[in-house]
Write a protein that binds this ligand. Sequence first.
Ligand SMILES: CC(C)(COP(=O)(O)OP(=O)(O)OC[C@H]1O[C@@H](n2cnc3c(N)ncnc32)[C@H](O)[C@@H]1OP(=O)(O)O)[C@@H](O)C(=O)NCCC(=O)NCCS
Length: 333
Amino acid sequence: MNRRLVAPVGITATGQCFPAKVVTNEDLSRTLDTNDEWIRTRTGIRERRWAEPGTGASQLGAPALRMALENRGMEASDLDLIVVTTVTPDTLFPSTACRIQEMVGATNAFGFDLNAACSGFLYALTTAASLVAAGGVRKAAVVGVDIMSTIINKEDRATAVLFGDGAGAVIVERVEEGYGILDFEHRIDGSGGEFLFMPAGGSRRPATAETVANKEHTIHQAGSEVFKNAVREMADNSRLLLDRNGMKGEDLGLFVPHQANIRIMDAAAKRLELDPSRMMVNIDRYANTTTATIPTALHQAREAGRLAKGDLVILSAFGAGFTWGSTLLRWAC
Ligand SMILES: CC(C)(COP(=O)(O)OP(=O)(O)OC[C@H]1O[C@@H](n2cnc3c(N)ncnc32)[C@H](O)[C@@H]1OP(=O)(O)O)[C@@H](O)C(=O)NCCC(=O)NCCS
């Protein structure tokens, strides 16, 4: 049974924002025991953007949303809802959605933050689209933003090289029949929590001088465990969507996977029997920006003319939790 929304809802505009500062693999190899060749061949990353210290998620999220609004020809006051997805909010509360609402002047919106790590954008898109389909919300924005440079241990070569900062935003509204979100499949499995997490800073282990000294406010990851699960779930989940909608990999105009590792992405594309030219890749320039990878990849695909109205698209992600999911759309703009 597919998970069709009760009315056709899709993405009608995109935007993005990255910090100006480029950090190359060469830059990192000056302070870490690593090198460009290892990072490129094991991950596909050449460079990433890191924000200046003191930059909050809202400072990238708000410009990304302004760009999406401008691309749609909409005023911020037209928005009914702002869903921000992030693991690096400006503050635990108030939400980053409140900050962004104020910065863009969305005077008629409600909103909230949603945390599903790297799957956050997909969950937020489904949440916003379902509210629009139900009729209570006419126009929604989803902003995916992470400032990963604030939560990586810059002395740990196994994680420091993998992540970047960025923000992507989309506008979500009713579209023509047959367009927009056609189906989705999302899952969580808390038994994977121990493989990718930040140990301290929450209610279970509040910040103390000791947690700071132990670098417990940074990402802890069992890379190969995450890798194995990501390949399996992203591929199986995307395949499921194709099969139950009577489609084949060759029917897809674009496959937009979460950009965590080029080897994970290639393995998923292979399982879908997809022509590699149909996969959107930007991990080489931006690394893993967590929840921002998919909306920024969509924006860049639009700008490059790789995404046209009517194209079938699968978005697919996997992340901490474990969380994972895929969404099938017929591109609506
Ligand atoms: C992290 C990741 C790139 C590591 O690649 P890998 O091929 O699994 O490498 P391993 O972890 O087995 O490490 C192999 C060796 O490389 C070393 N290594 C790790 N990072 C390194 C770096 N930046 N530079 C050089 N060597 C490095 C390790 O210390 C290890 O050395 P050892 O064999 O002497 O112990 C990979 O596991 C991965 O991408 N996992 C998924 C991460 C992810 O997607 N996270 C976010 C979820 S959305």
